[in-house]
Design a protein around this ligand. Structure first.
Ligand code: KG4
Ligand code: ZN
Length: 340
């Protein structure tokens, strides 16, 4: 096999996005995502509906990714897929499809850990985006994850902090639900936060030792606060929405930054990368910039399309594993609780 022309198809189906991507020697040729709109009506991802939508989407999404890449499927060197963590029914669709496709094409199969992929998305070749040097700290923040990981090399990673309950994106989405905002509420809270006073209302930060996070108490604090205020003034939310959003955002970013500062101090690592849907947040981006000035950090934020769930990050891990000839047997199964 020539090491010069490596085409990897990546498939991602761990939650509510069906995605496929083709990369050629580390560069993206296509990156297709079919997001499932159906869950918005329920205010959160409904696993059974997600799995059904993946079944409908997977063939056209893969077809489109290969077509957009301008290659024939016979040119693919290997098929990489998300093995876990994620929703069982969703993972099974991608896993089964990847196995059959690799078997049919007679190419290697490569399993990918979704959380590692969020981190290794930083190694996609993309103009204007620098790759972090080892060792670095990666904070993965999304609707499903909140982790700080010490990354020693591409495949040596250690989770040094993670949420003990809700993910940070859930804190945004659940707070948004209390305020009557649509799902997912993160972007709307972020937009309004920039128009409001972050110190208007005070929410206490959870006291969790070490580098772990907790967000379930925060959500309850927001709920009780709003219930109490609305009792006195039924128009409290409408009259103060931007200030409430700004105060929520201020507290959440404070929680994230406290832990990141501690992690950097404890590990003496100043290169800090973020990923996951919440890394689009203006507050976290500003806080990272402040960290650069105040603590001498160098921070890395990938292109937006590689921060939310996508298959390019799966394909890049596939590529890195391909170079190591780290292939997967066809007896592999989906693993909903897969750890880094
Ligand atoms: O990575 P992602 O697309 O999907 C997974 O959860 O894996 O992340 C979605 C999450 C949602 O909770 C959404 O509210 C949040 O990211 N989000 C934001 C922003 N944009 C998306 N949260 C805060 N500020 C934003 N600008
Ligand atoms: Zn994810």
């Amino acid at each position: 096999m020539s090491s010069k022309n490596i085409y990897i198809l990546g498939i991602e189906s761990s939650c509510d996005d069906t995605a496929a991507s083709v990369i050629y020697n580390g560069k993206i040729l296509s990156n297709v995502v079919a997001s499932q709109k159906i869950h918005a009506a329920y205010g959160g991802v409904v696993p059974e509906l997600a799995s059904r939508a993946h079944q409908q989407n997977i063939v056209p999404v893969v077809h489109q990714a290969i077509e957009k890449a301008g290659i024939a499927k016979e040119q693919l060197s290997a098929i990489a897929f998300t093995r876990g963590p994620g929703l069982m029914g969703s993972l099974l669709v991608g896993t089964s499809f990847a196995k059959s496709f690799a078997y049919g094409l007679n190419v290697p199969l490569i399993d990918v850990n979704h959380m590692q992929a969020h981190i290794l998305a930083h190694f996609i070749d993309e103009e204007g985006f620098e790759k972090p040097p080892f060792p670095f700290l990666a904070m993965t923040i999304s609707g499903g994850h909140t982790q700080i990981v010490k990354v020693t090399n591409h495949f040596e990673m250690e989770v040094i902090g993670e949420t003990i309950d809700d993910a940070v994106g859930e804190a945004y989405d659940k707070s948004g639900k209390i305020l009557g905002l649509g799902y997912p509420a993160g972007p709307e809270i972020d937009r309004r936060a920039q128009l409001g006073n972050p110190k208007a209302f005070a929410f206490t930060k959870p006291k969790v030792k070490g580098l772990n996070f907790s967000f379930s108490g925060f959500k309850t604090a927001v709920l009780y606060f709003i219930q109490k205020q609305v009792k006195d003034n039924p128009n409290f939310i409408e009259e103060n929405l931007n200030d409430i959003c700004a105060s929520i955002q201020y507290t959440i970013i404070g929680i994230l930054m406290d832990k990141l500062k501690l992690a950097s101090k404890e590990t003496e690592i100043n290169h800090i990368a973020i990923g996951g849907g919440v890394s689009a947040n203006s507050g976290i981006r500003n806080a990272l910039k402040t960290g650069e000035q105040k603590f001498g950090w160098t921070t890395y934020v990938p292109k937006f399309e590689f921060t939310t769930d996508n298959a390019a990050m799966i394909a890049i891990v596939g590529y890195l594993k391909y170079l190591e000839k780290d292939f997967t047997g066809f007896d592999t199964t989906a693993s909903p609780r897969l750890k880094i």
